[in-house]
Design a protein around this ligand. Sequence first.
Ligand code: HEM
Length: 153
Amino acid sequence: MKKIATCLAFTAFGLLSAGASFAQTPAPKDQLYKAFGEKPGLVALMDDFMVRLLDDPRTGPHFKPANQQRVKEQLVEQLCALSGGPCVYKGADMKSSHANLEIRKSDFHALVEVLQESMDAKGIPFRKQNEMLALLAPMNRDIITPPEGAARP
Ligand code: HEM
């Protein structure tokens, strides 16, 4: 009887740990990339984004003088790499590409709002939008120009 109980206990433990390891299986690393429609989805998203950025009175003045095609292409590579896609971002780092552009916190927030409009327009699910925004948000430290006199972190 004791033997049977021990045997059952081991079986239960085995099933539980199998269940636990199943629950811990990490999500595929390119899940976010796939939710954005892979490369064609990101290209379409960035095309829409740039039109809106140029149209918005808060961000338009920043992007009008820029090489918009290059910025779009670099953003596609960057978002592809960030979301687990098969890309390597080879553009300029965020600090040097935004140095001297006098980007304020409000400009950063405006760009995020415009990106949300684009993601909505492309039907990206809200949770996936937030996952992407969470990856982009920490870049604010390198992109926003600190107030006069403050040391750059
Ligand atoms: C998370 C937020 C942002 C990301 C991920 C991002 C990403 C990029 C990338 C990848 C480039 C191209 C770099 C290269 O040419 O190698 C770029 C350039 C640029 N970005 Fe951003 N950016 C962000 C926020 C902003 C904001 C808030 C503004 C202004 C409102 C801005 C304005 C520009 C401009 C004007 C350029 C072109 C600079 C030039 O002509 O050299 N960016 N950005």
